[in-house]
Design a protein around this ligand. Structure first.
Ligand code: UT7
Length: 329
């Protein structure tokens, strides 16, 4: 399908990720809240998660991931003229964590800003960077998802503290000339959605303007679960429709890693085989905006995702927000 400006494609030139050293197992958590390894595995598919060290900030995780993505792309940081960083756990309320990463990379040209769409953040950031590349504002962009959710967890609330982890992932996107067809490499289509009527189903009970505190994550888990599979499958189908591509042409499904049961449900509804689904929730937990690029990096580095494969990214999170990105690797 040909769309306006579709000849400029945002192609992934490199990918990298970073996980904090400390691993916390389900058994470790069973020592601090009334839970069990069995419950967490059965209900969420999570076996362990990584937790940032004291003093290790979201910007530190982001910087590690960004450097690895730049090394993988084989380009110098000076070539980057846009940084879009997705996070709900910034170092400070402002400035944007992206500007800290920009300075740490020695870049003082172009633009850097944060995107806040909670767990959908990376999908929103990719779509934003793609739009800026397509309209000629940027040539090479770093798109990062980085989170320290451990800092906003109520470690006394067993319903939430067992589900999340810390980490970061990044890709380098570069502007390349395409033919305007689905044979092009790069982002082929994306679709972003939100519905603020669900604001209080997954939120942080503090904030600058409301309480002047940071607050803790609160979630009506079963309510979020109920919407997840439906929203994910509908936005994936909308994205495929924009590209006019049948799902049979998709090689890899890289979903937001919130719950193995949600991934299985969405894959089944979309008629994707379990082998096509990249699953890292067992090892990473839910790392919010970092989860998609972390999973993507695993599947690229272990050789599953290869050049020219069609990859479908999706996520859903607080707001609610949700979205999908279809790309040819
Ligand atoms: O990333 C953003 C998107 N987030 C998500 O997609 C998360 C969506 N929600 C979920 O993944 C699931 O709803 C959860 C994993 C959060 C919970 O699974 P569930 O099957 O929906 O369980 P539930 O909340 O209905 O709780 C079932 C029982 C309750 O006990 P009763 O009322 O049946 O006696 C809970 O109190 O499990 C209890 N429970 C726990 N038990 C042991 C809740 N948390 C725990 C726990 N350990 N950690």
């Amino acid at each position: 399908m040909t769309t306006p400006n579709s000849t400029i494609r945002s192609v992934v030139l490199g990918i990298g990720s970073y996980l904090p050293e400390k691993i916390v197992t389900n058994d470790d958590l069973a020592k601090i809240v009334d839970t069990s390894d069995e419950w967490i595995r059965e209900r969420s598919g999570i076996h362990q998660r990584h937790i940032a060290a004291d003093g290790e900030l979201t910007s530190d995780l982001a910087l590690h991931a960004a450097k690895r993505a730049l090394a993988d792309a084989g380009i110098d940081a000076q070539e980057i003229d846009l940084i879009v960083l997705a996070t709900s756990t910034p170092d400070n309320t402002f400035p944007a964590t992206a500007t800290k990463v920009q300075a740490a990379l020695g870049i003082n040209h172009g633009a850097a800003f944060d995107v806040q769409a909670v767990c959908s953040g990376f999908v929103f950031a990719m779509t934003t960077a793609d739009a800026l590349i397509k309209c000629g504002q940027a040539q090479k962009a770093l798109v990062i998802g980085a989170e320290t959710f451990s800092r906003i967890l109520d470690w006394k609330d067993r319903a939430t503290c067992v589900l999340f982890g810390d980490g970061a992932g990044a890709v380098v996107l570069g502007a390349e000339q395409g033919q305007g067809t689905n044979d092009d490499r790069g982002i082929l289509a994306s679709k972003l959605r939100s519905d603020g009527r669900h604001y209080d189903k997954l939120f942080v009970d503090g904030g600058v303007s409301s309480t002047q505190t940071v607050g803790y994550l609160r979630m009506q888990g079963p309510e979020v679960f109920k919407h997840a599979v439906k929203n994910i499958s509908s936005v994936v189908l909308e994205t495929l429709e924009i590209a006019d591509m049948p799902i049979s042409q998709v090689n890899w499904f890289v979903p937001h890693q919130a719950n193995k049961r949600i991934l299985d449900g969405a894959a089944k509804k979309l008629k994707l085989t379990p082998e096509q689904v990249v699953v890292t929730v067992d090892k990473h937990g839910n790392t919010s905006a970092a989860s998609v690029p972390l999973a993507l990096d695993v599947a690229v580095k272990d050789g599953r995702i290869k050049k020219d494969d069609v990859v479908l990214l999706e996520a859903m999170g607080g707001g609610f927000t949700w979205g999908a990105v279809l790309l040819r690797w």
